[in-house]
Every structure is written in structure tokens, then in C-alpha cells.
Design a protein around this ligand. Structure first.
Ligand code: SF4
Ligand code: SF4
Length: 203
């Protein structure tokens, strides 16, 4: 009996097959008069730590229930990550996808409210400005900083990510078209190709 008292309610139920524990198992609990115990792995209301979130939107992409959304305001230069726990199905995919550990499913489950909007959490992020045209980009300041910190240097250099992340979508496209045009020009003009190609050299 001493062992039963030390175990949580869930653990006690999990041990139901043990005959020595069948005596004295509580069949009812006093919740809500007495707070109920949750196992540490319980999936409750999702919460975003605003100090750790970088606004990357990986959680939004992973959410199958549309409980997480991303909104951009290019006038004021803000990106918002909006969490609506009323839509959440507690699958935990957002927590798995989050690269910074900002997104966590808490042990909180008592969400009854007369107004579902009260449950909504919004985390706002500042967007970076395009180095070329000065408009806001779709990237957050923290997102750019983190990406340049964690991505391998070779990838950043090979794909010119540092330059690209400082441009807005339109300017990036413009630069890509320019680069492509230059490439086509080189390919179309034999005099600009390496000698071994123009002279039938080996690959
Ligand atoms: S737990 Fe699942 S449904 Fe809930 S916010 Fe995260 S990804 Fe969306
Ligand atoms: S995945 Fe994590 S860091 Fe990225 S927006 Fe969601 S909570 Fe923030």
C-alpha cells in the first residue's frame, strides 16, 4: 500500500496488471475540487516563449489544424506568429519543428472561457529592410541572425545567403534574373567560355 501512495494516478493505472496493487486504487478523483495531477509528458495548451521565438514560422508550417498562423504587415514592418489554442489538437508537431525550443506544449488544459479570443497568443517580430530598395523583407531580424549563426558557412557562401537575406522578394528575383541573363550571355558567346570547351577540349 505504501507504494501506491507514492505513485501518480497515471502510474497507478498503468500498473493495473499487478495484483498487489489492485487493492486500494482510487476509482474516482476529487477534481475539480482538488487539482488533478498530470504526467510530465502531458500535451496541454501550446505556449510560445516570446524571448526565444525568432519568428521563422516552422511551427506554422507543421501545424495540421491551422491553430498557428503567420501574418506580415509590410507597412509597419512586423510579422506576427498567432497561436489559437481553441483550434489545437495537441499533436505536438509545432514543438518538434521549432528550432529554438520556444514552442512548448504546457501542462495547462483548463481552457473553458466565454470568449475564445482570450486564449489567442500573438508574438510580434520586426522585419529586416531590403538593402537595395529599403522596403521591408519577409524575414524577421532574429530569423536572419539565427540562420547565419546555425547554417554551415559553406552553404551560406555557396548560395550567397547573406546577400539574399538582405533583399526583399522583388529585389531577389531581379538579382536572380540578372544573374541568369549573364549566365545565358556567357553560354551563348563561345568566346567567353573556357578554352578547352571552345576548342573541343576534354571535360
Ligand atoms: S500541438 Fe499540433 S495542432 Fe496544436 S498548435 Fe501545435 S501543431 Fe498545431
Ligand atoms: S518555430 Fe519556434 S521560433 Fe519559429 S516561429 Fe514557431 S515558435 Fe517561433
Amino acid at each position: 500500500m505504501e507504494d501506491v501512495k507514492k505513485m501518480s494516478y497515471t502510474e497507478t493505472l498503468m500498473s493495473w496488471e499487478r495484483p498487489d496493487l489492485r487493492v486500494g486504487i482510487p476509482v474516482t478523483v476529487k477534481y475539480p475540487l482538488v487539482p488533478t495531477e498530470k504526467p510530465p509528458e502531458y500535451r496541454g495548451k501550446p505556449h510560445i516563449d516570446p524571448n526565444v521565438c525568432i519568428g521563422c514560422g516552422a511551427c506554422v508550417q507543421a501545424c495540421p489544424a491551422n491553430a498557428l498562423t503567420a501574418e506580415w504587415d509590410f507597412e509597419s514592418g512586423l510579422k506576427s506568429i498567432v497561436s489559437n489554442p481553441a483550434r489545437c489538437i495537441r499533436c505536438g508537431r509545432c514543438q518538434e519543428a521549432c528550432p529554438t525550443g520556444a514552442m512548448k506544449l504546457t501542462l495547462e488544459f483548463e481552457l473553458a472561457t466565454p470568449n475564445k479570443e482570450d486564449l489567442v497568443e500573438v508574438v510580434e517580430h520586426h522585419l529586416t529592410k531590403c538593402k537595395k530598395c529599403g522596403k521591408y523583407t519577409e524575414f524577421t531580424e532574429r530569423q536572419v541572425k539565427k540562420a547565419l549563426q546555425i547554417l554551415p558557412k559553406e552553404i551560406i557562401e555557396a548560395r550567397a545567403l547573406e546577400e539574399k537575406m538582405q533583399l526583399c522578394r522583388e529585389c531577389r528575383m531581379e538579382e536572380s534574373v540578372k544573374a541568369l541573363a549573364t549566365q545565358e550571355h556567357v553560354i551563348g558567346d563561345p568566346s567567353l567560355l573556357p578554352p578547352e570547351r571552345t576548342k573541343g577540349g576534354k571535360e
